[in-house]
Design a protein around this ligand. Structure first.
Ligand SMILES: [Zn+2]
Length: 446
């Protein structure tokens, strides 16, 4: 049993209670008490002094490419399509070992920045069991994990963007995806692992694959994810090839509904936003990556007002070297206001996007995303009493508008993963050396 006592608590429960001084009690993998004032005494419990700290629900990362952790810092001044064509040949050489090291690095950084549930989108399969490699990494780091089995079957020779070396045959993709669901997907309420079906993007997969992937996901009761409307290049490509926008193309292929979420969703017009809202199709907003690639700023306030669940994502570390989920909250807020004025998005809105809305996108809102009795014990304890934050009266504003604070404790399913700003489930210095070594190995044969 773990008792966090004397902390400010933002619950995100139905009443959106915020406790100036309160407690959270965890027994096993569940939250058993949340309330104001001091915690009752629990025999044999580990008591954590939460003075000067803020407890939040753990964050949910809704879009990422873990393997890119070992291909950071390349094509730093390119557009999306230029960046992709530089990186595809490097990615064609990834193997189980490099994916395992990359996933550990990226997941450890997510943990350090408040993430308790991570979704990944892996779509390059040159050989080896790369899905297994990242699933093992997630178990070792200790995060709740929703890996999306991605795919590409439309190469340059057929009018797509990726080279032949990184695409697969459609039947092979569908068989491997179904096998991954059968082997790994755990639909139970306490699940630490759920599989998602995720063809990569309109310009790297065929319409047939998009259609059949949707059919497979619905037959198996799992979720659907892809990149959509990220750049004007993609919109032009869809217009040339299909005479419609990316979201119209996706809708024609069955890709709308509460079981679907799109990464980025930047270039939607009013009618598209209305349709996405009516179908409660989700969007993973990735502000840092979008800015790094100069792709644009998603219409987050409009999407939310229309009824779309909008979660946050760090995206792959090759287009967001920081890989920090907390930073996405700050960037989401700043960019939304830069685009839409001071009322566009508030600190509590972005906190809700990172927690409850992310949980909703993954279909887990009844289990995670808020601090309530009976929910799974996924939470973060942030230290806000040191020089960078001391004196900011609203702890939520301090967390989101201030510099990233130390993470005193991160619990995932009741288990400590971060303590005193260090990931305790892996050895950080050793992993850092492995990441450097792996990047050198991948680039050496370029
Ligand atoms: Zn992405």
């Amino acid at each position: 049993m773990i008792v966090i006592d004397g902390a400010a608590v933002v619950t995100l429960d139905r009443e959106r209670r915020e406790l100036t001084t309160g407690h959270v009690v965890v027994d096993g993998n569940r939250i058993v008490a949340v309330g104001p004032g001091p915690a009752p005494a629990y025999e044999g419990a580990r008591v954590i002094d939460g003075g000067g700290c803020l407890v939040t629900p753990g964050f949910v990362n809704t879009h990422q490419h873990l393997y890119q952790w070992v291909t950071r810092g390349l094509a730093t001044d390119a557009t999306l399509f230029g960046w992709l064509t530089t990186l595809y040949p490097v990615w064609a050489r990834i193997d189980e070992e490099s994916v395992h090291v990359a996933a550990q690095g990226a997941l450890a950084q997510l943990a350090r920045t408040g993430c308790t549930t991570a979704s990944d989108h892996h779509y390059v399969f040159p050989g080896g069991d790369l899905l297994e490699a990242e699933i093992l990494a997630a178990r070792e780091v200790g995060l709740r994990f929703h890996p999306a089995r991605g795919s590409m079957d439309l190469s340059e020779k057929d009018g797509g963007l990726p080279p032949d070396s990184v695409v697969q045959d459609r039947d092979e993709i569908l068989l491997a995806t179904e096998a991954a669901i059968d082997r790994w997907h755990d639909p139970s309420p306490e699940s630490m692992l759920q599989i998602v079906v995720a063809p990569c993007s309109p310009f790297s997969v065929t319409g047939e694959l998009m259609w059949e992937a949707a059919e497979l996901a619905r037959r198996k009761g799992v979720r659907l994810h892809t990149h959509l409307a990220e750049t004007t290049d993609e919109a032009d490509w869809c217009d040339d090839k299909f005479g419609c926008t990316p979201s119209e193309y996706a809708a024609q292929l069955g890709w709308t509904g509460p079981d679907v979420w799109f990464a980025h969703g930047i270039h939607f017009d009013d009618a598209e936003i209305k349709r996405l809202g009516q179908t409660t199709t989700g969007v993973a907003h990735c502000p840092s990556s979008n800015a790094r690639l100069g792709a644009g700023i998603a219409r987050v306030a409009d999407l939310r007002a229309a009824g779309c669940p909008v979660g946050l994502g760090v995206d792959g570390a090759a287009s967001n070297e920081a890989g920090s989920l907390l930073e996405e909250l700050r960037h989401a807020l700043l960019f939304a206001r830069a685009r839409g004025g001071p009322q566009a998005l508030g600190v509590r809105d972005v906190l809700e996007m990172a927690t409850l809305d992310g949980a909703r996108i993954l279909g887990r809102e009844h289990e995670i995303g808020s601090l309530e009795v009976g929910k799974l014990a996924d939470l973060a304890v942030w230290r806000l009493d040191t020089l960078p934050h001391a004196g900011i009266p609203d702890p939520i504003a301090a967390l989101i508008l201030g510099t990233p604070p130390p993470l005193e404790l991160l619990l995932v399913n009741g288990r400590p993963v971060v303590e005193h700003d260090t990931v305790i489930t892996i050895d950080e210095p050793t992993l850092a050396r492995q990441v450097t070594h792996t990047q050198h190995r991948l680039l050496a044969t370029t």
